[in-house]
Design a protein around this ligand. Structure first.
Ligand code: HEM
Length: 425
């Protein structure tokens, strides 16, 4: 059968552009078009480029794995990423990108991640030990602060005295990434973008200073990793102290707590505490249903067929993780949280979850992330029960990183108190 024509409208340059509609509500943008065209693959004009949206699981697999050699990375001209991150290998495709990727990947090898655990556990303990003493906590903010502390301590060797200063600098850098890209400074007033540019310089010079002077394990490994120069190492380290990592990891931890909160989920919490395999299934299901990043971006380097549709050369393609992870052609009851699906016959479908990308450009932080997810969830499961202050989980926003639209307040109750009181909540 000949491949199908891609449904959708690209309209005229500028006037046909749908960037604002997409940014305002990415969920309704995508869902309305899937429904209108009765197709999980469609075309629309975004960032003033005809962009092919791919939301089917097969389509995402074709892009990231099966036909990955027909694509190049698509982040260099995406907003202000390149301006504010510099020449990260994430933007590149050549041999240099793979050389650097291999160096960085080694820093997050599972054996090195084991060595980072002392620092990680001490920050988890300091943050969560007394979480029950407050009547309730804004759970996303608690986790975000905790992971920011982990990243700045591990990757930049920041002392607790310097922590708030560097947390704010990283935050300013992040605000530039999501701002209008105009660098203006008038009589003391600076645009978010120009402040972010300054924050980037401050972070880079701190990384450079620490790389020379610190005895910290991670920075030592970076020095010995084989980067061509300190400048090269510094420019790639910027990603690891950027706010995007704490936001994404906090998003997953928040979804874990929300999906396991309350009396009716007690069996899940107990099951996860008693059985490591069940905990892993539970965390996997969180990753499937609640990917922190909405999707990714590529350009075709040649004509290629994706899930039955021909995509011409030099076209922009956006893959949308959330829908691929919830594709009912692949997963039964795809929108329902069922950790048990991973305990038996569905196990082989684990590689069809695209939360961390796939193929040769998949996320290199996976061991690190799994260590943090597992140790944080075990810390909470072994000490506390928890419930939501309001029973309803608010809707999630998706951009720039997924999280509940409104703060969600969670109350933690120490397990011993529950036993002493002899009552089950
Ligand atoms: C929950 C947290 C995270 C999520 C959801 C996530 C997700 C992703 C995804 C989807 C990609 C692939 C992008 C694409 O191919 O279009 C990616 C790439 C990458 N991730 Fe992560 N990531 C997370 C945390 C981390 C952490 C903690 C690190 C390192 C400490 C990391 C380092 C990287 C790097 C360096 C790349 C680029 C790989 C390349 O260009 O070849 N990520 N990540």
């Amino acid at each position: 059968m000949p491949p199908d024509k891609i449904p959708g409208e690209v309209g005229w340059t500028v006037t046909g552009d749908k960037t604002v509609e997409f940014a305002r509500n990415p969920i309704s943008f995508v869902e309305s078009r899937i429904e209108k065209h009765d197709s999980k693959i469609f075309i629309a004009r975004v960032l003033n480029k005809p962009t092919i949206f791919v939301t089917s699981n097969n389509g995402v697999r074709d892009i990231l794995v099966t036909h990955q050699s027909s694509f190049r990375m698509g982040y260099k001209d995406f907003g202000y990423m390149h301006a504010l991150f510099g020449d990260l290998f994430l933007f590149e495709d050549d041999e240099n990108a793979y050389r650097v990727r291999n160096l960085v990947k080694e820093l997050f090898h599972s054996t090195h991640c084991d060595n980072y655990m002392t620092v990680i556990m001490s920050i988890i303990g300091d943050t969560l030990e007394n979480v029950h003493l407050r009547s309730s906590v804004d759970i996303y903010e608690v986790f975000k602060d905790m992971i920011t502390n982990v990243c700045l301590t591990l990757f930049l060797d920041i002392s607790q005295e310097e922590y708030h200063e560097y947390k704010n600098i990283a935050k300013t850098h992040w605000h530039g990434l999501i701002s209008v890209p105009v660098s203006v400074k008038v009589k003391g007033w600076a645009s978010a973008y120009s402040k972010a540019d300054e924050a980037k310089s401050m972070l880079l010079s701190k990384i450079k200073e620490k790389l020379k002077s610190s005895n910290n394990r991670f920075l030592q490994l970076v020095s010995e990793a084989g980067f061509e120069s300190d400048d090269e190492a510094c420019s790639h380290l910027l990603l690891f102290i950027s706010s995007i990592l704490p936001k994404a990891m906090s998003s997953l931890l928040t979804s874990f707590v929300l999906e396991t909160a309350g009396h009716f989920k007690e069996h899940m919490r107990e099951g996860a505490l008693e059985d490591e395999n069940y905990l892993e299934s539970l965390l996997l299901e969180v990753q499937r249903l609640f990917p922190p990043l909405y999707g990714g971006r590529r350009y075709t380097t040649e004509e290629v067929i994706i899930d039955g549709f021909t995509i011409p050369k030099d076209h922009c393609v956006a893959y949308i993780t959330k829908y691929a992870n919830r594709d009912s052609n692949i997963f039964e009851q795809a929108d329902v949280f069922i950790p048990e699906r991973w305990s038996n016959r569905n196990c082989e479908k684990q590689h069809l979850i695209w939360t961390f990308g796939g193929g040769s450009r998949s996320c290199i932080g996976i061991h690190f992330i799994n260590r943090i997810l597992k140790s944080t969830s075990l810390y909470l499961l072994s000490r506390f029960d928890w419930s939501l202050i309001k029973d309803v989980v608010p809707e999630y926003k998706t951009l720039p990183v997924a999280r509940p639209k409104e703060p969600v307040f969670v109350a933690f109750l120490p397990k011993s108190t529950k036993e002493i009181n002899g009552c089950k909540k």
